[in-house]
Design a protein. Structure first.
Lengths: 412, 83
């Protein structure tokens, strides 16, 4: 049955990461393990390591629109336009009612609400000074909606709220809607503006899960014995998804085919991940893709640098891939931090070029591997070149027990 | 506040909203929205800025008084007499 479903491919990538504003630069920096994690100074909270993005914010819309909208919307507009340019698609010639925009978010509205409470604090908390922009900025469809307004897309748009599993979840939504025939093209990805919220940093700190180090570039240390938590990053990545036949008909560059996906819930704990459900999620994705552990060349881990989270994921991977000598393991967060709703899609994007260069980008900042995180073929510090890379599995897990896995295959 | 100062205040607020706003050919007796890239949300920004800067509470029924630069000045002159 599933083999008859339309095949969905990635034909464009637009991104803004803490170390790059395009895929080529991003890949180069990941291969070389170049982190540009810096330090932010947040209202009420103070200083913390964080991933901040630099990109041409007014390349695709006026400063006035950026002021009116949100940082997340600004990310979305930039990345969606970049993805279309990358795909070689002229939207003028496309039926805009047949495009869907699906944006994964960990949270939205936190930054705007905090800013507005601070604003009225300057006026003795008189709500007459509360901005009329608050509601359009904080509705949950905001980032996706800003993309549709900018591009004149009249097909469906909405957000996928799935904590830090949201990026992958948006890709899954895009694949499903295209297979159902609801849309002919999807702009799907994830966005994070979380570095603007003191509350997010303060909450991780209260939980004992905020990463730190004298050098902010060394604050995110997945799998290392000294790891002490998450580095919050902003960022975004939007993909152009098309049906294979449409992509072939216009002779498009095909980055990868999305061949499998899985989503499930732990049904167990608000914050702690759970390896058994993670393993089930990976198995579900592999079953859909019709592949086994030995077929997976790269697993891009979700590991954020928390004590328990990294161990749970490694347990899940060991359970399924322990005997697969062919599978290599890496982690992108060690270089770019945790881009929350954008994490899954940014991390996948950083690995897609492996289909061309056969390289596995390294995990950095792990110099004293926690034995509980040991997996064979973990790639540290230097990239590893494989004979060929044909299938990549991308893990993402989130709070309140949500797991999402995407499997992509080289198109040939 | 003089009429010229009020005019400058309005233009300064509009420039804060849209730094690309072009005032060179602005006709003070014609609706601002017909000449500049302003919509209803931008008008509410003007109302909010007047509230923040001069503690003016402009009732909604008076919003049409802010349609043109001239009408803004006429409406605000008595309210900003002591500003």
């Amino acid at each position: 049955m599933e083999t008859q479903l339309p095949r969905i491919v990635i034909t464009g990538v637009g991104l803004a990461a803490p170390n790059a504003d395009n895929l080529k630069t991003y890949r180069e920096k990941l291969l070389n393990g170049i982190s540009e994690i810096t330090e932010v100074n947040l209202r009420y909270f103070g200083k913390a390591p964080a991933g901040i993005c630099t990109f041409q914010e007014t390349r695709y819309r006026k400063k006035k629109e950026n002021k009116r909208g949100t940082r997340a919307g600004c990310f979305g507009v930039y990345c969606a336009n970049e993805a279309l340019v990358d795909a070689g698609l002229d939207i003028e010639h496309y039926q805009r009612s047949r495009i869907g925009v699906y944006v994964g978010l960990t949270e939205h509205g936190t930054v705007e609400t905090e800013n507005e409470v601070f604003n009225i604090s300057q006026y003795d908390y008189n709500v007459d000074y509360w901005t009329h922009h608050h509601n359009p900025r904080t509705v949950l469809n905001n980032p996706a909606g800003e993309i549709t307004m900018n591009l004149g897309i009249t097909g469906p748009h909405y957000s996928i709220g799935a904590a830090c599993a949201a990026g992958n979840a948006s890709l899954i939504q895009g694949v499903q809607m295209m297979r159902l025939g609801e849309v002919d093209m999807a702009l799907a990805g994830g966005i994070s503006e979380s570095t603007g919220s003191f509350g997010i940093f303060a909450s991780f700190q209260a939980q004992g899960a905020l990463g730190s180090a004298d050098d902010p570039r060394k604050a995110c240390r997945p799998f290392d014995n000294s790891r002490n938590g998450i580095v919050v990053s902003e960022g975004a990545c939007i993909y152009v998804l098309e049906r294979l036949e449409s992509a072939l008909a216009r002779n498009a560059k095909i980055y990868a085919e999305i061949v499998g996906y899985g989503m499930n819930s732990d049904a167990r704990d608000y914050v702690l991940p759970f390896h058994e459900r993670q393993a089930e999620c990976m198995e579900l994705a592999m079953k859909r893709a019709g592949v086994g552990p030995e077929d997976i060349d790269i697993i891009n881990t979700h590991a954020t640098g928390t004590k328990q989270g990294d161990i749970e994921e490694c347990k899940a991977i060991e359970q399924i891939f322990g005997k697969s000598k062919k599978t290599y393991i890496n982690n992108t967060k060690s270089i770019i931090g945790h881009a929350m709703g954008a994490a899954g899609v940014l991390e996948l994007a950083g690995n897609l070029p492996a289909f061309e260069d056969n390289m596995v980008h390294p995990t950095i900042n792990c110099h004293d591997l926690d034995p509980a995180c040991y997996l064979q073929n973990m790639v540290f510090d230097k990239p590893v070149e494989l004979d060929s890379v044909n299938i990549i599995l991308n893990n993402s897990f989130g709070m309140v027990g949500i797991n999402s896995v995407i499997i992509v295959k080289k198109y040939q | 506040m003089t009429r010229d100062a009020i005019k400058d205040l309005i233009l300064e607020i509009i420039e804060d909203i849209d730094e690309d706003a072009d005032f060179d050919s602005l006709q003070s007796d014609k609706p601002l929205r017909d000449q500049l890239d302003l919509d209803s949300m931008d008008f509410l920004d003007i109302v909010m800025e007047l509230r923040k800067r001069h503690k003016l509470q402009i009732p909604e029924e008076d919003y049409p008084e802010l349609a043109t630069l001239d009408s803004c000045v006429n409406y605000l002159e008595p309210l900003l007499a002591d500003a």
